[in-house]
Each structure stands twice: as structure tokens, then as C-alpha cells.
Write a protein that binds this ligand. Structure first.
Ligand SMILES: *[C@@H]1O[C@H](CO)[C@@H](O)[C@H](O)[C@H]1NC(C)=O
Ligand SMILES: *[C@@H]1O[C@H](CO)[C@@H](O)[C@H](O)[C@H]1NC(C)=O
Ligand SMILES: *[C@@H]1O[C@H](CO)[C@@H](O)[C@H](O)[C@H]1NC(C)=O
Ligand SMILES: *[C@@H]1O[C@H](CO)[C@@H](O)[C@H](O)[C@H]1NC(C)=O
Ligand SMILES: *[C@@H]1O[C@H](CO)[C@@H](O)[C@H](O)[C@H]1NC(C)=O
Ligand SMILES: *[C@@H]1O[C@H](CO)[C@@H](O)[C@H](O)[C@H]1NC(C)=O
Ligand SMILES: *[C@@H]1O[C@H](CO)[C@@H](O)[C@H](O)[C@H]1NC(C)=O
Length: 800
């Protein structure tokens, strides 16, 4: 008899089921009320019925305690309590008699509870804003769902410092995903990838990037504006701002599972449909503009999974794909990345397998962070051969004479017209020798190896000798090609570089006694020729050299030696002996521009304009007038030297290439002192001549304003970073304050303004917006019109 009782209860429940289905309470929820998880959609509604609070069945036997838009077919979820631990049917949520809101699973275990500010909760309510609140007798909200958002914010909702929105794992998997949007405690508003499965921040890919972050709250107001405000209420940055009629539209801003923060609108049921919007949710705007290009984390896979690449489709969404020869690890979760469909190349020297592989060309594709070897001044054919003959190489990137070798897992893959160059994907062409399972071992089975080894031993020796011969022919040819490519700079028909012995230079510098300075590349010593009537020289000892081949060093030194321009410090010789790598330059008796400009006797306005012209012409020469372009990478006043007649000359050019670039790159956070270094440098993007244009822009500002770009001894905080301050002054039509109390400049305001506009063009954060040096020279000289420059940071702006 005992057994029949439960069945009886079940029967009763089934009978009341239709009634429960429509048991949607609206208005205040009193103490003691509860809901249980079953497939009947019972919920607590807001007075208008726009929002519902209750259980949503999201998988077979998994329920989410959630808030959703209740009147639209999508029933879009905007908040949930237990995204990482779904509860089974029969679980309950109860507002206890003591005023606690508790989610218990079927077995009575507590899964989640609302931590309210204090005791004294007398009722709960689902509000028409989408906020679920626990309130006291006096209608004070002691707990709000708005304070603990999941992935969405709604109009009237505020994000305080420390609040983060975490994306869903997939569109319909509500677990914590791979991206987040947060207002940090330090006032920065940032989009981050997370170190999945944790939610800790990994790589920032968008931020409000103000140099003095002071964000206090993110506000979403009822008419569709989302903006960052300071503690005093001033609007600091618009985030996503679109006027929306709150009467006719529902709206929300969600960080979607693909990492994009989107603002959506949906026509309300019954609203006049005289609008242009199609049914369903419509995207008003989103950030960042192109997520594929934005993520540059030193760790993590990027916007898509490892070995896959990201591209923006016509629908403006990022799409993740696998290169040819690769396929998704999980087609239902493409961000888990791609795997090779073939067995990797054998590293066994006796069977190099080079004939079994070929390349699939993918233009405009790159995995910018996965290279392990780099070769400058190479040809595409050389690049292909180099990767083919290297069992570690899975992909090679070839772009503008540069060749990068990459190995798996490839990260931050992207395909975009701005990338340029091409990716060469190495794939196995013959699969006849494949073992049955495609996931076979990389190395052949030991026993077969020994067997084939002994059979082929005699043959393999012959083969080795043969291949060595082929290789030496190939390498000597490629070397020749390389040298042929480098043609002398136009104005330097003869090269007159001296080769010194280490002993000679040691003697010339008195055993490296008098130090003139030291920089990123090494230390400079004063010296004198022991012959040639003791002419003074500067000897630079390179200490952070990469151990590249001798040939590499000679090639680069020759390139530097072939330059000849009155605004470049002349290289007169070098030493390349064993471990020792030294460069010998003409001596500059008046030291660096930094001492001159920021010292006691500031050069007058006229001289400063002459210095600006000179540096610009020197850079133009390096970028465009040598047939092999030289990018300086470190333009700053310390690297501009002055000779005895105060002619400025650029020093240290050509050295960036000698130094392994990664050693000097620091991947600090997005925010930081704005120095001379263009933002793309920190993002490990391909370095172009535009990096020098940026540095020149900062230097030009310093020349105009007679102060350092970063200066803490200023009157107001807003003046600390010159780049920001100068633009603010320019924008407000107050350029004259930058040269205040300098009569000569004030009388020449037209030129001051022209120089300022050129500088602002040069410091555009988007490299493609910066003019080439040729244009810079023309604009400085007044030969061409200078258009009105945009805000240097504008491409970081709201709709990006
Ligand atoms: C809910 O309770 C509060 C406080 O008692 C009251 O002010 C409010 O009008 C009630 N709302 C509804 C819809 O009953
Ligand atoms: C619950 O809601 C879903 C989605 O709107 C609907 O398909 C289903 O029929 C509803 N179930 C009940 C019992 O009302
Ligand atoms: C709430 O307030 C009403 C009237 O102000 C009072 O009668 C009632 O006792 C209060 N309830 C609690 C739980 O404090
Ligand atoms: C969502 O994805 C995570 C990660 O793959 C997985 O652990 C979880 O089970 C998924 N949840 C559902 C409801 O499928
Ligand atoms: C929302 O913010 C915008 C921009 O600050 C403003 O124009 C608008 O009036 C605000 N709307 C409301 C309802 O406060
Ligand atoms: C408010 O704060 C911001 C940033 O902290 C500042 O720039 C602005 O001048 C302040 N405005 C007022 C009215 O105090
Ligand atoms: C290699 O594999 C592909 C796909 O499995 C197949 O279509 C092709 O015929 C194979 N080629 C050889 C040479 O076996």
C-alpha cells in the first residue's frame, strides 16, 4: 500500500499541471512564495508582463534560474543565477519567510542564494526594467539582479567599478565563456579575453584608453545611450550610443559568445511597425570593429581557436575557419580550434619527406604571434624551400621580402585585406604512406625505422652527399640573389667602409674608457684614429646582438654603410671578429637633441623648425630614397645627434634589423606612458615605416612646445601627456597656449599651427591614417595643404 501513495501524488500533480502552466504571478512576491523547475514555464512577471523571472529549461534535464524578455517569441535571457550549474527538474527557488532568495536542487542542496545588503526583506518584485529586486518594507532594494549582471545590461542599469559581463560559452550554452567586458577598479573600461575556464583577464582587445583613467560607472540610459562617467557625473566616453525610442523598442547590450559587445533593439509587440527594422533583434552598433585584428594576446588563441583563422563576413560577424588540410576539433564549437588532417613531416634526417609536402597559398592571412624564425630580405621561393626543408615548420608567412616560420599551435589567426602578404600552409600531398589512423605517430615506428634504415643505409649516404651538394648550390644561389636585391642608395655610388680589428678599436678607445652614452643596442665610446691625424670617432659596441650569421651582420652593415645623407650620422667602419661586433661612426661634438632641447638654453623657434625639417628629410631618405628601405624603429631626441655646426643627424638607424625585434618589444598593458613608440609596436603587428612617422610626430610636438612628451612637472593633470594636451588645445582653437610666452613663435602662429596639424596627423593611432614621410616633408614646408587632422584616438572610439 505504501507504494501507491507517491503515484497518487503524481497523478494529482498531472491534473493541476494545466493550471500551473498559466500560474504566472505579477506584482509583489510575498515571503514564502516559491517556483519549481519543470517544463511548465511558471514564472513571476513584471507588472507590464515584459519581463519574467523563473526557470528555463535549456537542455534535456537542465534548468536555468533566469530573467527573460517575456512578450517576444525569442524569450531572450538577460540574466541567470546558475549559468555554470544547471539544476534538474524538481529544483526550487524560494523567497523564504526570513526574506532569503534560495535556489535548491531537487535533492535540497543549496545551489545559489542572493546575498542581500541587509536583513529586513519583506517582498520581492520583478520590475518592468528587467531588474529583479528584494526589498524592505520601505521599498529600499536590498538586493538587485542589476548589481550582478551575467552577459547583458539593460536601460537604467549601471555598471559600477569591478563589475564584469562574461560572455556565454556558445550561443545557447549559458556557461561562462571566453570573453568579458569590465569596468576595472582603476577606472578603465576594457574588453578582455579570459584564461578559460577561469574568468581571469587575459588579453585586452578594446578599451576606452584614456591616459588618466577615471571611469566611475557605465550608465545605460533609457534612450539608448551607454556611456562612461566620472565620479562627478561628467560623461567621459560614449561606449555604444544610439538614440532609441523606449516606447517602441526593447533594447539590451550583450557581450556575445564571439567576444563582441553589441547593442540590440527589438520592436515591442503592438508598437507601430512604421519603422525600418525587420522582426527580431536588430544590431544597432558593436565594439570592437574588427575583432579578428584586435586580439593580440601573447597567450591564448585569439578571436578564434588555435590553428584556425578569423575573418569578418558580410554580416559583420567574425567567422572562424580552418586552413586547407585542417578540420575543426569540434564542429559545434569552432573556437576549440583546428587539427591537422595529415601526419606531420618526419624529422628523421634520412627520410626528410620533402617530396611529400607542398603549400597551399592563402593571401592576406597571418598568425602574427607564432613565429619561431624570421628571415629578412628573402624571396618567396626561398621562404617556401626553407619551410619545406624544416620538419618543425607548419606554416610560413611571406610578406614584402620577409619570411616567418611558424609552428603549431598557431594563434591569433586572421584573414583580412589589411594583412598583406600570404600564408603558405604546408600540407601532405601523398597520403598513400599514411597509417590507417590519421592520428598516427609523428615518428615512424621504431622497428620499421631500423629495418628501412639498414636496408637503405648505403643508399642514404649517397643521398646525403647528393642533397648536400644540391643544398650548397641552392644556398649559394640564394645568397647571391639576396645580395643582388640590395642596391646601393641613390646618392652613394661608392662605399668606403673600413673593416677594423678588435685590437685596433680597443686601442683607439683606450680600452673602452670614455663612455659617450648607452642605448638599447649597446654602449658608445669615444675614440681617436691611431692614424689619419687622430680624427675623433664614436665606437658603438653592440652587446645585445642576435647570434645571426656573419653574413647577416655584413649585409646589414653594408646597407647602413651605403647610406649617405647630411642628416644621418655616417658609419665609417665596423668590426666583426669572433664575438665582437662593433660599429664606428663619425663623432658628433654637440651631443644629442635631448640635451639641447630640454636643457638650459632652449633653441629658438626658427632653429627648431630647421631641426624638424632636417629630421624629416633624414627619415624620408631612409624610408624612400634608398632602394632597400630602412625603418629606424627608435626615433627620439636621444637618437638625434648634433655636429659642430648644430646640424641634426639621425643615429642608430638600421640597427633595429640587427636586433631580434622581440627582445625590445615589451608587451605591457594597453595603457601606459605614451612615449615615442607607436601603439602597433606593443601589439606585435608587422612593423612598417609608419612606426617612425608616429615617433617623428611626438618629436615634432616636443620641438614645437619645448617640453618632453611626458612631463609630471606641469600645472594641470591634463597637460602631463603632451600628445593629448596638444590635441586638446588644437581642438579648442587654443594652439597659441602651447607656445605661450615665446614671442617669436606667437608671431609665426600660422606655421606653428601647420606644424601642429602635421604632428597630429603623424600620431594617429591607426597607422594607415599617418602620412608617409614624403607627405610630411611637403606639409611642413607648406608645399601642400594640410587637411584638418582627426582625433588621434578616434578609431578606438565608440562604434569603432
Ligand atoms: C509592492 O510593495 C510595495 C511596498 O509595500 C508597494 O509600494 C508597491 O506598490 C507594491 N507593488 C505592487 C505591484 O503591488
Ligand atoms: C514553455 O515555453 C516554451 C518556449 O516559449 C514553449 O515552447 C512551451 O510550449 C512552453 N511550455 C508550456 C508548458 O507552456
Ligand atoms: C511594514 O509596514 C507596515 C506599515 O508601515 C506595517 O504595518 C508592517 O508591520 C511592516 N512590516 C514589517 C515586516 O516590518
Ligand atoms: C557548455 O559548455 C561547457 C564547456 O564545453 C560544458 O562543460 C557544458 O557542459 C556545456 N553546457 C551545456 C548545457 O551544454
Ligand atoms: C541619455 O543620454 C543622452 C546623451 O547624454 C541624452 O541626450 C539623453 O537625453 C539621455 N536620456 C535620458 C532619458 O536621460
Ligand atoms: C569631473 O571629473 C573629470 C575627470 O575626473 C574632470 O575632467 C572634470 O573637470 C570634472 N568636472 C567637474 C565639473 O568637476
Ligand atoms: C588522399 O586522401 C584524400 C582524402 O582522404 C583522398 O581523396 C585522396 O584520393 C588520397 N590520395 C591518395 C594519393 O591516396
Amino acid at each position: 500500500m505504501a507504494l501507491t501513495f507517491p503515484y497518487y501524488v503524481c497523478f494529482l500533480l498531472l491534473l493541476v499541471h494545466p493550471f500551473l502552466a498559466s500560474a504566472q504571478t505579477s506584482g509583489n512576491i510575498s515571503l514564502g512564495a516559491s517556483l519549481s523547475a519543470k517544463n511548465d514555464n511558471s514564472s513571476w512577471l513584471s507588472p507590464s508582463g515584459d519581463f519574467a523571472f523563473g526557470f528555463r529549461q535549456v537542455v534535456q534535464n537542465g534548468f536555468l534560474l533566469a530573467i527573460w524578455f517575456n512578450k517576444i517569441p525569442e524569450q531572450t535571457i538577460v540574466w541567470s543565477a546558475n549559468r555554470n550549474s544547471l539544476v534538474p527538474s524538481g529544483s526550487t527557488v524560494q523567497l523564504t519567510s526570513k526574506g532569503l532568495l534560495i535556489l535548491n536542487d531537487k535533492a535540497g542542496r543549496q545551489i545559489w542564494t542572493a546575498i542581500s545588503l541587509g536583513t529586513g526583506v519583506t517582498y520581492a518584485a520583478m520590475l518592468d526594467t528587467g531588474n529583479f529586486v528584494l526589498a524592505s518594507n520601505g521599498s529600499v532594494n536590498l538586493w538587485e539582479s542589476f548589481d550582478e549582471p551575467t552577459d547583458t545590461i539593460l536601460p537604467t542599469q549601471i555598471m559600477n567599478q569591478g563589475t564584469e559581463l562574461i560572455a556565454n560559452y556558445l550561443e545557447t550554452n549559458y556557461s561562462n565563456g571566453r570573453f568579458k567586458f569590465m569596468l576595472q577598479g582603476d577606472g578603465n573600461l576594457i574588453l578582455y579575453t579570459v584564461s578559460y575556464p577561469f574568468t581571469t583577464s587575459n588579453a585586452a582587445y578594446w578599451s576606452t584608453q584614456s591616459s588618466i583613467p577615471s571611469g566611475y560607472q557605465v550608465v545605460y540610459n533609457q534612450t539608448g545611450y551607454i556611456y562612461l562617467i566620472a565620479r562627478n557625473g561628467t560623461v567621459l566616453n560614449p561606449v555604444l550610443s544610439n538614440p532609441v525610442s523606449a516606447q517602441d523598442f526593447y533594447q539590451r547590450a550583450t557581450i556575445d559568445y564571439d567576444g563582441i559587445l553589441r547593442q540590440y533593439v527589438h520592436l515591442k509587440p503592438g508598437a507601430s511597425s512604421s519603422t525600418k527594422w525587420p522582426v527580431g533583434w536588430n544590431i544597432l552598433s558593436f565594439i570592437p570593429g574588427n575583432i579578428c585584428l584586435r586580439i593580440e594576446g601573447a597567450t591564448g588563441s585569439g578571436a578564434c581557436g588555435y590553428n584556425s583563422y578569423c575573418s569578418i563576413g558580410n554580416d559583420q560577424r567574425p567567422s572562424c575557419q580552418c586552413p586547407e588540410g585542417y578540420s575543426f576539433v569540434d564542429p559545434n564549437d569552432v573556437r576549440q580550434g583546428c587539427k591537422q588532417d595529415f601526419v606531420s613531416q618526419s624529422c628523421d634526417l634520412s627520410s626528410p619527406e620533402t617530396d611529400s609536402f607542398s603549400f597551399v597559398d592563402m593571401p592576406n592571412t597571418d598568425w602574427p604571434l607564432s613565429d619561431y624564425e624570421y628571415f629578412g630580405s628573402s624571396s618567396e621561393d626561398w621562404c617556401r624551400q626553407a619551410c619545406l626543408g624544416d620538419c618543425y615548420c607548419d606554416v610560413a608567412i611571406f610578406r614584402d621580402g620577409n619570411c616567418w616560420k611558424k609552428k603549431m599551435p598557431l594563434s591569433n589567426g586572421r584573414m583580412d585585406p589589411s594583412t598583406g602578404g600570404k600564408a603558405l600552409i604546408k600540407v601532405r600531398t601523398d597520403n598513400s604512406t599514411l597509417p590507417a589512423a590519421t592520428s598516427g605517430p609523428k615518428r615512424k615506428d621504431r622497428s620499421t625505422l631500423i629495418l628501412t634504415g639498414s636496408v637503405l643505409l648505403g643508399f642514404s649516404i649517397v643521398l646525403n652527399v647528393l642533397s648536400m651538394a644540391v643544398a650548397s648550390v641552392f644556398f649559394s644561389r640564394s645568397k647571391k640573389e639576396k645580395e643582388d636585391k640590395i642596391q646601393p642608395c641613390q646618392s652613394m655610388p661608392d662605399m668606403n667602409l673600413k673593416s677594423f680589428t678588435y685590437e685596433e678599436l680597443k686601442k683607439a678607445t683606450g680600452d673602452f674608457q670614455e663612455e659617450l652614452g648607452s642605448g638599447a643596442f649597446g654602449t658608445v665610446y669615444k675614440g681617436a684614429y691611431t692614424h689619419e691625424n687622430g680624427k675623433t670617432i664614436a665606437v658603438k659596441r653592440l652587446d645585445k646582438m642576435v647570434a645571426e650569421g656573419e653574413q647577416e651582420f655584413k649585409t646589414e652593415v653594408k646597407v647602413i654603410g651605403r647610406t649617405n645623407h647630411k642628416n644621418l650620422v655616417q658609419l665609417v667602419g665596423f668590426c666583426n671578429e669572433g664575438q665582437h661586433r662593433l660599429l664606428v661612426y663619425e663623432y658628433m661634438s654637440n651631443g644629442s637633441l635631448a640635451t639641447f632641447l630640454f636643457g638650459d638654453s632652449v633653441p629658438n623657434w626658427y632653429r627648431r623648425t630647421q631641426i624638424a625639417f632636417a629630421i624629416a628629410r633624414g627619415l624620408l631618405y631612409l624610408h624612400e630614397e634608398c632602394s632597400s628601405q630602412i625603418i629606424h624603429c627608435d626615433i627620439k631626441p636621444q637618437n638625434i645627434l648634433l655636429d659642430e655646426s648644430l646640424t641634426p643627424k639621425i643615429s642608430d638607424f638600421g640597427l633595429a634589423k640587427l636586433l631580434k625585434t622581440d627582445q625590445t618589444r615589451t608587451t605591457t598593458a594597453l595603457r601606459g606612458t605614451k612615449g615615442y613608440v607607436a601603439p602597433e609596436w606593443f601589439k606585435n603587428l608587422p612593423v612598417t615605416a609608419k612606426i617612425d612617422v608616429y615617433s617623428f610626430g611626438i618629436l615634432l610636438l616636443e620641438l614645437i612646445c619645448r617640453r618632453r612628451n611626458f612631463d609630471l612637472e606641469v600645472k594641470e593633470q591634463s597637460q602631463i601627456v603632451l600628445a593629448d594636451y596638444a590635441y586638446d588645445c588644437y581642438k579648442e582653437g587654443k594652439s597659441h597656449v602651447l607656445v605661450e610666452d615665446e614671442e617669436e613663435a606667437v608671431e609665426d602662429m600660422k606655421k606653428v599651427e601647420r606644424f601642429l596639424m602635421v604632428a597630429i596627423w603623424c600620431i594617429q593611432e591607426e597607422p594607415s591614417l599617418r602620412p608617409a614621410m614624403k607627405k610630411v616633408v611637403q606639409m611642413l614646408e607648406g608645399a601642400v595643404h594640410v587637411p584638418i587632422p582627426p582625433d588621434p584616438a578616434s578609431f578606438i572610439g565608440s562604434t569603432d
